[in-house]
Design a protein around this ligand. Structure first.
Ligand SMILES: [Zn+2]
Length: 220
């Protein structure tokens, strides 16, 4: 006997890539402070288990984890990474999440423009399973120009850092869907449904302030 059909959906992060791309650290969102949240009854600690099917360079992986950790630290959530395999949803020691760096473009239900990351929702509840689509991130990176040179012509370590920064912010966004238990988005900050590519690689964390979708945002 089959149980009731589970409804599976995805909350996905898109990126604005149409704007002229430059390393412009002066650009920043003005985020309204009354919308900032302190995370109270939410998980205070999340352990990430990385399943890297795309074999990221070490520097990119480290920068991804560092970026995600820094963004959530500001909201009182301790995001750690563990080298151990994902222990399952009922494991001890707080919340565990599986982060898969996919080598393909993800499920076909994710329509164009293709997202760079997504989290699965099952029966309207966020799962602990995040996917990052490296193929889509690489396409965006092909558009990046720094000091009149394409990113592909920059030093390898710099490329890895830029890659890690984009991945970390995308990862932090999907963690937000889990923390807030919402597929909704905010008008500004990390939980916007789309982000500008220049900000995703920019030095400033300000455009990625943690703002709760339900508090002052909109639902899609
Ligand atoms: Zn989202």
């Amino acid at each position: 006997m089959k149980g009731p059909r589970r409804i599976i959906a995805y909350a996905a992060l898109m990126v604005f890539a149409a704007a002229t791309i430059a390393a412009a650290p002066g650009n920043q969102d003005t985020t309204r402070s009354e919308c900032r949240v302190t995370v109270g009854a939410r998980p205070s600690r999340i352990t990430l288990h990385l399943e890297d099917r795309a074999e990221l360079a070490r520097a990119a992986r480290d920068e991804m984890m560092r970026t995600a950790r820094m963004l959530w630290r500001a909201a009182g959530v301790d995001v750690q990474s563990s080298p151990d395999p994902f222990p399952g949803d009922n494991a001890e020691g707080g919340v565990h999440m599986r982060v898969t760096i996919a080598a393909d473009a993800g499920p076909s239900s994710l329509t164009a423009p293709r997202p760079i990351a997504s989290i699965r929702f099952v029966d309207k509840k966020p799962s602990t399973s995040i996917d990052v689509y490296l193929i889509e991130v690489r396409k965006l990176m092909d558009l990046l120009v720094f000091d009149d040179r394409r990113l592909a012509h920059q030093p390898g370590l710099f490329q890895d850092e830029m890659l890690g920064r984009i991945l970390g912010r995308a990862l932090a966004h999907e963690i937000g869907h889990f923390v807030f238990a919402s597929a909704g988005h905010a008008r500004s900050g990390l939980m916007r449904p789309t982000h500008r590519l220049d900000q995703l690689v920019g030095r400033l964390d300000q455009p990625f302030a943690i703002i709760e979708p339900a508090a002052c945002g909109q639902h899609p």
